[in-house]
Design a protein around this ligand. Sequence first.
Ligand SMILES: NC(=O)c1ccc[n+]([C@@H]2O[C@H](COP(=O)([O-])OP(=O)(O)OC[C@H]3O[C@@H](n4cnc5c(N)ncnc54)[C@H](OP(=O)(O)O)[C@@H]3O)[C@@H](O)[C@H]2O)c1
Ligand SMILES: [Zn+2]
Length: 346
Amino acid sequence: MKAVQFHGHGGHDVIQYDEVPEQPPGPDEVRFRVKAAALNHLDVWTRRGMPGIDLEMPHTPGSDAAGVVVDVGENVERFEQNDRVAVSAGVACGRCEFCRDGEESMCVRYQIIGEHRPGVHAEYATVPADNLVPVPEGVDWEVAGSASLVFQTAWRMLVSRADLSPTDSVLVLGASGGVGHAAVQIAHHVGGEVYATASSEEKLGYAADCGADHVIDYTEKNYAEEIRSLTGKRGVDVVVDHVAGESWSDSLGSLAKGGKLVTCGATAGGQPHTDVNRIFWNQLSVLGSTMATPGEVDDALSLVWDGTFEPRVREVVPMSEAARGHRMLEDREGFGKVVLKPDSEL
Ligand SMILES: NC(=O)c1ccc[n+]([C@@H]2O[C@H](COP(=O)([O-])OP(=O)(O)OC[C@H]3O[C@@H](n4cnc5c(N)ncnc54)[C@H](OP(=O)(O)O)[C@@H]3O)[C@@H](O)[C@H]2O)c1
Ligand SMILES: [Zn+2]
């Protein structure tokens, strides 16, 4: 079978589409034929290499994919041949104090398929049965293969960590990215007024389609000042920030008294300048969030399967051109998700 692979860390030129041996499933695993997969920014970080993560090479990246079951291990009871499935990439140990508390994404041995272990950007993928969710008939493969990681992440950020209420106003940074466009849709569905930032008119138009009531081109205006002016100097109740870097202090500066900044990433830099005076005086909360629990995954994905939420496809890219897909994310080209399909499925 064919798989996206890299033999060492580096730029997008390290990515290949190689012939590799097929992996039969272990006793608790399922093998499925991939119909559609998707890129996340995580694939870029993994390809570049991250401190503390020593991958066996060659590595197949990829945390999102959906397809049809071809083979199940002897202990697997939940799935059988021809079932439609999608990956939920977080692997928890089930034994540590956090797992036992139902907080699987805080597991002390937490791993992500595609990051710490082989991923699913291939013609066939083999993953633990616990990492699959059923996909109802009628859901497009492109939707099934691109929703899981970003919708579960944005759901936990807003619904569980920020405890969003229907009257809470929300600012979503980087609304054109995978997590960002999912967060806009969730905030629109669950919360009050939604504000979104992005770097072009076109991206902002899509953000408005996803449910943003107000859009801000942060390359033209300082968004914290814009939020102050749009909210009568009050600020918003919740900021969703997966960008950090230089935006961090403006994110804090966009919050109302008692507001919550929830972060899951630091695409623009993880050591930003911060304003402690503002945090204590305005009684702000800074909340970290990573992936989601299986229950949160089910909640978020049920609203994808029924069409309430919809991952927007930037482009469908053949797996043999995965390097071009990586470049689109790094160059911030387009809006929503880059979908990858095995060339044999096109
Ligand atoms: N902790 C978790 O569980 C978790 C889960 C998912 C993602 N993440 C993290 O969250 C971040 C976003 O992931 P994603 O998959 O949504 O990424 P993505 O699809 O590539 O979107 C990133 C967006 O951020 C904006 N951006 C602002 N500054 C940027 C910069 N310096 N470089 C690149 N983009 C920049 C871009 O929009 P504009 O051009 O419009 O500004 C872009 O659309 C990543 O850092 C990722 O690792 C964490
Ligand atoms: Zn655990």
